[in-house]
Design a protein around this ligand. Structure first.
Ligand code: BGC
Length: 404
């Protein structure tokens, strides 16, 4: 028996079943290419986003589905290899001192076959590339501490170079909005990506670049006692939770981070779920399972299991009878006008989002790992996989964090 499982606990049966169903849905919707579609039932989302897919692959690793996660990473490497001319062109413009050509930047999402989609999507979103590097590194560790396979080295190297070069430039945020700001949550993804690439490639220069990004988060994004959404907005954003877990940019007890979490819970709460940010009007700006799970993940990491359980139960109440879990909930009541505006434009919101399932799996396995094993109980796991551990640490020395 895996020692980790022995130290952890069993998921209550009903929950185990739901976690298994979510894992199965993700596996069912994984394209034969390895791509993870954002949503099988929403036309605008029939692509694979690096951001959604990377978190989803991480959840697959947590559930013991390392083979499926590995196929996603191979798909990413192949897709990124094909997008290399775009990366090179962007880097050449940068070194020639030319401005960023937003529409010609490497894509935020690819077709399921791994092609760059030629449309007007706001592609310049660096976070997904950072999150992919982080997720790949987590995968290699989950698969037993594997070295980076040689076939993936070119994609990892070019992604790291791209992320290092553009990581602190203004670009669209993790919600694909406001392309003119430097977004703090994006910096978190960039930091984790560079640290992960540094570990995978054994490259000290990348580790130094990661530290420079962290310094900018601590120095510029931490103002007035909390972490701001961006250099141009003093709002908070649910994605700022990732600065603590899983990206480890700041310690969880950093007073400004604690204040940020408090603001997120107070200002972005909608009936127990977490909204993206105060200004959100996308489908009425409902509450997202992805973010509610992120808040729960923070709570498991700070040992507030009651609060974490509340987040998990909120998500569980949102599965429909067919086991689908949507992107967001409650927008139609919160802001009917913008909700219906979006319905008219794109139809009803995504009723099944792989990233929502993924974050549910992460929180459920995380909570299970926090519970003591009842005396005499047999540890169970999803698909026979070890439950937990909490996010795997990024290897290498952890720098100290100086409070400003
Ligand atoms: C979200 C993105 C997400 C995409 C696909 C957008 O509405 O803002 O974060 O990557 O949908 O799920």
């Amino acid at each position: 028996m895996n020692e980790l499982v022995a130290e952890t606990g069993s998921v209550p049966d009903l929950r185990t079943t739901q976690v298994e169903r979510s894992v199965e849905r993700i596996l069912r919707d994984q394209h034969e290419s390895g791509a993870l579609v954002a949503s099988p039932d929403f036309t605008q989302y029939k692509f694979c986003w690096l951001r959604d897919g990377s978190f989803t692959a991480y959840a697959l690793d947590r559930a013991g589905e390392t083979e499926a996660a590995g196929r996603f990473h191979d798909w990413c490497a192949g897709s990124i290899d094909r997008a290399m001319p775009l990366m090179s062109a962007a880097l050449e413009r940068l070194s020639a001192g030319l401005p960023v050509e937003v529409q010609a930047m490497p894509p935020a999402r690819f077709s399921l076959e791994g092609a760059v989609v030629d449309d007007d999507w706001p592609n310049f979103q660096v976070d997904g590339y950072g999150t992919w590097l982080w997720s790949l590194h987590q995968h290699l560790q989950a698969a037993g501490g594997l070295a980076l396979p040689s076939g993936l080295v070119p994609a990892v190297k070019s992604t790291a170079t791209y992320v290092a070069a553009f990581g602190t430039s203004p670009c669209f945020d993790v919600w694909e909005e406001d392309g003119g700001s430097v977004h703090t949550a994006t910096l978190g993804c960039v930091y984790a990506g560079l640290r992960s690439a540094a570990a995978m490639l054994d490259d000290d220069a990348l580790a130094e670049q990661a530290e420079a990004v962290r310094a900018s988060v601590l120095g510029r994004a931490r103002r007035d006692g909390y972490f701001r959404k961006s250099d141009r907005s003093g709002d908070v954003d649910g994605a700022l939770l990732w600065l603590g877990v899983p990206f480890e940019v700041v310690p969880l007890n950093d007073p400004a981070f604690v204040e940020t979490v408090q603001r997120i819970s107070a200002e972005l709460d909608l009936d127990g779920g977490v909204r993206r940010n105060p200004a959100d009007t996308y489908y009425g700006g409902g509450a997202w399972p992805v973010l509610t799970a992120s808040l729960g993940w923070y709570y498991t990491s700070t040992d507030d299991l009651v609060a974490a359980e509340r987040c998990l139960s909120w998500i569980e109440a949102r599965f429909d009878d067919e086991g689908r879990l949507g992107e967001q909930f409650g927008g139609e009541g919160r802001d009917p006008h913008s909700y219906w505006e979006w319905v008219q434009r794109w139809g009803p919101p995504a009723a099944d989002l792989l990233w929502s399932h993924a974050m549910y799996i992460v929180l459920a396995t995380e909570l299970a790992a926090c519970r003591p094993l009842p005396v005499g109980a047999t540890p169970t796991s999803v698909h026979g996989a070890p439950l937990g551990p909490s996010h795997l640490p990024i290897s290498g020395p952890q720098p100290t964090i100086a409070n400003k």
